[in-house]
Design a protein around this ligand. Structure first.
Ligand code: GLA
Length: 376
């Protein structure tokens, strides 16, 4: 196993972790002025980092090919390519925002599974951002308001340097997540609130079912969905679909209407989920999770047979609710299950995947965990 010392001829200044995320509900609306409810998970990306006194970046990963050797001054839209863009992009974005940051040596030693739909890219960005914050004494990591600046930098890394037009949900979850809560993120004004979500306390378990499927057309489809939603809003003469009702959508063309209906109904489902969680009624959110999945599969068309099978099988085996989570086209589903039924639900999903000739899914229980942190 390659060590930091072997690669860079010195020891790291520390290790930082950025968690992946699950989105409980509020899918594909963080780029549409909507509300989402993600949380940080225990699976994380770990980086070892040392500060440099010049503007150089040396970036390596234990598990991924490639990397980067170059100057921070050479980083910009589209440069560098590959996973290094997520890290270099964070430094670039912090500098663009006026923070005095310089070079680093960085080794990725552990990662959220790539393509799992659990946001390995945000985990990497957020772990690296916190490391740079610490090493350059920016003081942003110690408060929620400061962390929001880091969220912005991570999102700019992804949007401007990597060139993926994602919303900011994943980065917010990874940096602002806390144990025992989901994070209500209102993308209209970027305000956040911690909403109690501790399924184990009421005898429930949230399973993550990683289908291990990753469709190559996902990025194009993501951009197409985003464009449809913007087109629908402008066709209705609105800045966004935020305050539209389903009745308002009747004037839309047949191709835009279902996309817009997903956005409008999903915002409503998030509000109803939050009201139930605030009232301590976790067990009652199941139908909202199911309806979210149906809307994503039928109206938004971002699911796939494996995600549909995982959700339908989990429900038939006793889950209170199940839905795909994240961008879709593969990746992971979640299922809320009675704790004493978790093994049988997992077994039923594995059996259904085997019978359908799919790869064996990775199924594990999850709970909201701490956001990005220094480990040593
Ligand atoms: C990806 C993006 C997020 C969000 C989800 C869908 O994870 O990175 O910004 O749009 O898809 O909810």
């Amino acid at each position: 196993m390659t060590t930091f010392g072997e690669l860079f001829g010195r020891e790291p200044d520390g290790r930082w972790a950025g968690p992946g995320r699950v989105n409980l509900i509020g899918e594909h609306i963080d780029y549409a002025d909507g509300l989402c409810l993600p949380f940080a998970i225990a699976q994380r990306t770990v980086v070892e980092v040392a500060k440099r006194t010049d503007g150089r970046l040396r970036l390596r990963s234990r598990s991924e090919e490639g990397g980067f050797d170059g100057d921070l001054a050479d980083v910009g839209p589209g440069r560098p390519e590959g996973w290094s863009g997520y890290v270099a992009g964070v430094l670039w974005a912090l500098r663009e925002a006026g923070y005095a940051v310089g070079g680093i040596d960085l080794l990725v030693t552990e990662t959220v599974p790539l393509g799992s739909g659990l946001s390995s890219s945000a985990a990497l960005e957020c772990g690296a951002a916190l490391a740079v914050d610490d090493l350059y004494g920016l003081g942003l990591g110690s408060s929620a308001e400061g962390r929001k600046q880091l969220v912005d930098a991570c999102r700019r890394a992804e949007n401007d340097v990597v060139g993926a037009q994602t919303g900011g949900m994943d980065q917010a979850a990874s940096l602002l997540g806390t144990a025992g809560h989901a994070l209500l993120l209102d993308t209209h004004d970027d305000s956040t609130r911690q909403v109690p979500f501790a399924p184990a306390e009421v005898g429930l378990t949230l399973l993550i079912i990683d289908t291990k499927v990753r469709h190559s057309h996902a990025d194009n489809e993501y951009g197409a969905r985003r464009a449809s939603v913007e087109k629908a809003a402008s066709a209705l003469g609105r800045p966004s679909l935020r305050d539209a009702t389903v009745a308002d959508l009747a004037a839309l063309d047949a191709d835009l209407l279902p996309r817009a209906r997903h956005v409008v109904t999903e915002i409503d489902r998030v509000r109803r989920t939050v009201a139930l969680l605030d009232a301590g009624r976790i067990a009652e959110i199941g139908p909202l999770l199911d309806a979210s999945h149906t809307s994503l599969a039928v109206d938004y068309e971002v699911s796939c047979p494996e995600l549909d099978l995982a959700c339908a099988t989990a429900r038939a085996a006793g889950a209170l609710g199940a839905r795909m989570t994240g961008g879709g086209f593969g990746g992971s589903a979640i299922a809320l299950v009675p704790a004493d039924g978790a093994d049988s639900v997992a077994g039923a999903v594995r059996a259904a995947f085997a019978a359908a000739g799919h790869r064996e899914p990775d199924i594990r229980a999850t709970e909201p965990s701490a956001g990005a942190e220094r480990i040593t």
